[in-house]
Design a protein. Structure first.
Lengths: 121, 111
């Protein structure tokens, strides 16, 4: 079935880096865009941006430039989110979500299960 | 930094109808379609309504969406205990080179 499976929880120290993976299956990876969404503890959803899975071109939302990098490995149908120079305020659950289908064009119709990233000394 | 405003909470007894509002602006709801997501406790969000009023396969017809001008609403009729969750509206925004904005979220409690 169509699904996005993310990597497991991470515990990192401030200043370190983390790379979260999102593996797609059950559909043609390059036929849909991939988005990233952050949810801080007890807070709402925040769109971080998206990556064009055909060209690899990323678009970052305000507040997610500089330390945040979206990348792809299309050979294994996987998208990545890398965060560098981690801060305590980066502690959150990070979700990948696909968009850009033929029928559901503008919504995120499939979501990964989420990856908890905890930044603590 | 949510630009779509929702009431923080809503509640109802089983079988009742609950409505959640979502207020935006001309650059988001006024120009683009609205989507709604349901997030059950401890789980990932799930698409509930897309293109203002369309339900993905598998979503019960108890859930319905509508849009008028720069506002939208989600209605849950025949409220059930399993509907207790957080609900978010969302839309693309034409300002700032295009971005996707979520609502502030509404916690629905089944009394």
């Amino acid at each position: 079935q169509v699904q996005l499976v993310q990597s497991g929880s991470e515990l990192k120290k401030p200043g370190a880096s983390v790379k979260v993976s999102c593996k797609a299956s059950g559909y043609t990876f390059t036929s849909y865009a991939m988005n990233w969404v952050r949810q801080a503890p007890g807070q709402g959803l925040e769109w971080m941006g998206w990556i064009n899975t055909n060209t690899g071109n990323p678009t970052y939302a305000q507040g997610f430039t500089g330390r945040f990098v979206f990348s792809l490995d299309t050979s294994v149908s996987t998208a990545y989110l890398q965060i560098s120079s981690l801060k305590a305020e980066d502690t959150a659950v990070y979700y990948c979500a696909r968009s850009g289908g033929v029928i559901v064009t503008d919504a995120f119709d499939i979501w990964g299960q989420g990856t908890m990233v905890t930044v603590s000394s | 930094q949510s630009v779509l405003t929702q009431p923080p909470s809503a509640s109802g007894t089983p079988g009742q109808r609950v409505t959640i509002s979502c207020s935006g602006s001309s650059s988001n709801i006024g120009s683009n379609t609205v989507n709604w997501y349901q997030q059950l406790p401890g789980t990932a969000p799930k698409l509930l309504i897309y293109s203002n009023n369309q339900r993905p396969s598998g979503v019960p017809d108890r859930f319905s969406g509508s849009k008028s001008g720069t506002s939208a609403s989600l209605a849950i009729s025949g409220l059930q205990s399993e509907d207790e969750a957080d609900y978010y509206c969302a839309a693309w925004d034409d300002s700032l080179n295009g971005l996707y904005v979520f609502g502030t979220g509404t916690k629905v409690t089944v009394l």
